[in-house]
Design a protein around this ligand. Structure first.
Ligand SMILES: Cc1ncc(COP(=O)(O)O)c(C=O)c1O
Length: 195
């Protein structure tokens, strides 16, 4: 079967767009914190992860411009080889001091952080236990690790304990849960959330 057949037959987004209901990839032409411009109209943004409003902070912008002038627009390599700048090291050292940890490692996105950390910590002889509502990046990181993966129902600590009891001493165990369950807008301390 031609692997591109499924691409050609995937017409649902176009059908939904024709009804004016497609919500993805809407271009934003400027952003100023909670307000963005879409199709020339000012709108309120509720989906951003600019929680601290730092993207518009003049100090952050000025530092970014200085870095751009000094280093150009790219690190021109992976962190592993020729892409580690002294700026990365300084940032990681300062973050470690600020969070009172031994060290820190910065990733470009949250997705990459979970992919990198989970797949590095667990291996094929381990068991990763995840909340069913964990972010996709945790699930993907678990897959990438080659570890066995067990899921428990969202916030169901009894089921988690059962999985732990069944596997204690058999494998290395890693439990990975979100702090905020962003995939379905639920909160870990909210028992009986609507799942
Ligand atoms: C809980 C959680 N983990 C990981 C991510 C992935 O982060 P990013 O979009 O920076 O890749 C997100 C969100 O967008 C998230 O909400």
């Amino acid at each position: 079967m031609d692997p591109f057949d499924k691409v050609r037959s995937f017409t649902r987004p176009r059908q939904v767009a024709a009804l004016g209901l497609y919500p993805y990839f809407i271009p934003i032409s400027s952003q100023a914190g909670a307000e963005v411009i879409v199709n020339g109209r000012a709108m309120l943004m509720f989906g951003s992860n600019n929680y601290l409003g730092l993207t518009q902070d003049p100090r952050v912008k000025e530092a970014a411009i200085r870095a751009l002038e000094q280093f150009g627009t790219s690190c021109t390599g992976s962190r592993f080889l020729n892409g580690t700048l002294d700026l990365h090291i300084e940032l990681e050292q300062r973050l470690a001091t600020w969070t009172q940890k031994e060290s820190a490692l910065v990733f470009t996105t949250g997705y990459q952080a979970n992919l990198g950390a989970v797949s590095a910590l667990a291996g094929r002889h381990d068991l990763i236990i995840v909340d069913r509502a964990d972010h996709a990046s945790i699930i993907d990181g678990a897959r990438l690790s080659y570890a066995e993966v067990a899921k428990f129902k969202h916030n169901d600590l009894e089921q988690l304990e059962q999985i732990l009891a069944e596997n204690q001493g058999k494998k290395g165990l890693l439990i990975v849960v979100d702090g905020v369950f962003s995939m379905e807008a639920t909160w870990p301390t909210c028992p009986g959330s609507w799942r």
